[in-house]
Design a protein. Sequence first.
Length: 329
Amino acid sequence: MKARSSATLVFVLVSLASIGCGKIQSKAAYQDGNKLYREENYRRAAERYDAAVKHDPNMIEAYFYLGSSHQAMHRPGKEGAENKQHLDEAIANYKKVLELSGNNPQIAKQVKANALGALVGIYSEDPYKNFETSIGYAQQLVKDNPNDVKNLYAIANLYEKFGHTDEAEAAYKKAAELNPNDPKACSALGGFYNKPLWDGKARFDDAVGTLERCAGLAPNDPGGWQKVSAFYWDKAYRDPLLDDKKKEEYADKGLEAVNKALAVKADYFEAVIYKGLLYRVKATVAKNPAERMRYLNEAQDLQKQGLELKKQQEQEAAAAAAATQPAKS
């Protein structure tokens, strides 16, 4: 009986030693893989990550980077079984991450999110483009990370890509509502409205109205009002369906916005240049020759001023960068 107990103890000790050795070998292979991955040697990295998961079949991080290495080796649009195999390997390893993510939720949370994001991307493009599959992974990503606004943008972009415009709008709105004081979240909604998604047309009034609200969220940032002015100029200058009255109206609104930007930062060269462009629009619709010439002269002066400010600021930035460089011995 005693001999049997001793044999059992020896077996347990050998098994534990084997497990410990496997963990060490797995970690070493994983670290080798990370070095090769950073060097963009994805083929060798995949070999080392594969070794890592063979030594430790529960190493979730290695499965993710094994999948990512294969995805990096896949060439979109390229024919051939080997190329497709890389994408299949990527999918299989990302799914393995999801399978193992319940084993250690604390460690796995970010790795799982990365795997879900990768699967969303794969199933939103050929050759496996599939809305239901892609949106399923995206919804799981949002469910697991409800407060991460980047995931809401991902799902909004996915809806938009597959032509689900109403759902995309709802997602952009939700992102803005969850971040009511964030000008970037607000601006993303404005940019969405400016896309030709509604029978080939944009919802310009919604776009510019949203951007005006965004600019008000950051009163000390001239960029918000500058963006509003750029939208008004683009509409007035490029839309062939506008009559002269509407063009002048949009030019005036653009000037109102650009003046707000310049009130915050008088030497904001982009705003100075756009102010000149808006005066050029006014010149094209002016009926009075003297008034037209006045607008053109104003536009030329502003363009010159804006380019001089740009050159000056670039020189100052270059001088500042040079000053931070260590002196040559």
